[in-house]
Design a protein around this ligand. Structure first.
Ligand code: AMP
Length: 280
């Protein structure tokens, strides 16, 4: 497995593989890899001849008051995980490799990005779409792998690929969780011992809604209220949003009467965590 830092080096590897008729899977990440990322790489390795993992803390998807500087990084551990999982190449560019001083072309989506995480993070999806679009053009993969953990991102990328005719398949992968239910996230490393315990309110509140729905409740107002009550019982937690939205349009729904995404974002101390459940 090679680690490369320039677009040209990626293109060269891709040219060789394509000339040999090989297929390529891409797993875009920001690094500090865990079992969630590994599940994407495993799936990509199973479905493609070669897998490229990009590790890039993309500056343009962070807001001015967000954690760009402190975002955890560990290239050595990440490369071990990628190597063991069977990836062929890590693309680990410097920001200057992706964004020249004159960079001025962005991908903006006029639907899907205004609600949920887009409300608190207004320029986030512009940054995500732009970097993912660039990665698609650099790697030219047959398939690209994204986690359902970032459900809005998955919906946005699927929509972008359709709108802009990117010639690849998007594969969505299930959420990987810790044994106690907390969704795995690189940002979990920010949590103190008490916060780690408090963070369980996210998966617990989703489970409360699931139980109510299994028992026949369909009113999203009542479901939201039950989830809110549970989270507000935890002093270290502060709700950013609890939403039930149509899993296609991401528009809020009053009833669970179609495929629905139940998405939440909660601050645990200073750390903003997200989680969700999809009712297909
Ligand atoms: P990130 O490095 O956080 O940008 O994540 C890179 C990719 O890994 C995204 O497609 C995420 O949705 C996915 N991912 C992150 N955490 C998980 C998880 N716990 N389970 C499944 N996929 C995940």
């Amino acid at each position: 497995m090679k680690i490369v830092r320039t677009v040209e080096e990626v293109r060269q590897a891709v040219r060789t593989w394509k000339a040999e008729g090989k297929t390529i899977g891409l797993v875009p990440t920001m690094g500090y890899l865990h079992e969630g990322h590994k599940s994407l790489i495993d799936r990509a390795v199973a479905e493609n001849d070669h897998v490229v993992v990009s590790i890039f803390v993309n500056p343009i998807q962070f807001g001015p008051a967000e954690d760009l500087e402190t975002y955890p990084r560990d290239l050595e551990k990440d490369s071990e995980l990628c190597q063991t999982a069977g990836a062929s190449l890590i693309f680990h560019p410097d920001p200057s490799q992706m964004y020249s001083p004159t960079f001025s072309s962005f991908i903006n989506m006029s639907t899907l990005t205004g609600g949920l995480c887009g409300k608190t993070r207004p320029s986030h999806f512009q940054g995500v779409c732009t970097v993912v679009g660039k990665l698609f053009n650099i790697v030219e993969p047959n398939k690209a792998y994204f986690g359902q953990k970032d459900a809005q991102q998955l919906a946005v990328i699927r929509h972008m690929v359709e709108d802009l005719n990117f010639n690849l398949e998007i594969v969505g992968c299930p959420i990987v969780r810790e044994a106690d239910g907390l969704a795995k996230s690189s940002r979990n490393s920010y949590l103190s011992k008490d916060e780690r315990k408090a963070a369980l309110v996210l998966s617990q509140s989703l489970a409360i809604a699931q139980k109510m729905i299994n028992e026949g409740e369909r009113d999203t107002g009542k479901l939201t209220l039950a989830m809110t009550k549970h989270i507000e019982n935890e002093p270290l937690a502060k709700i950013d949003y609890i939403e039930f939205v149509d899993w296609k349009t991401l528009e809020p729904v009053g009833l669970i009467d179609r495929p629905v995404l139940n998405a939440i974002a909660v601050y645990i101390g200073k750390t903003r965590l997200i989680d969700n459940h999809i009712y297909e």
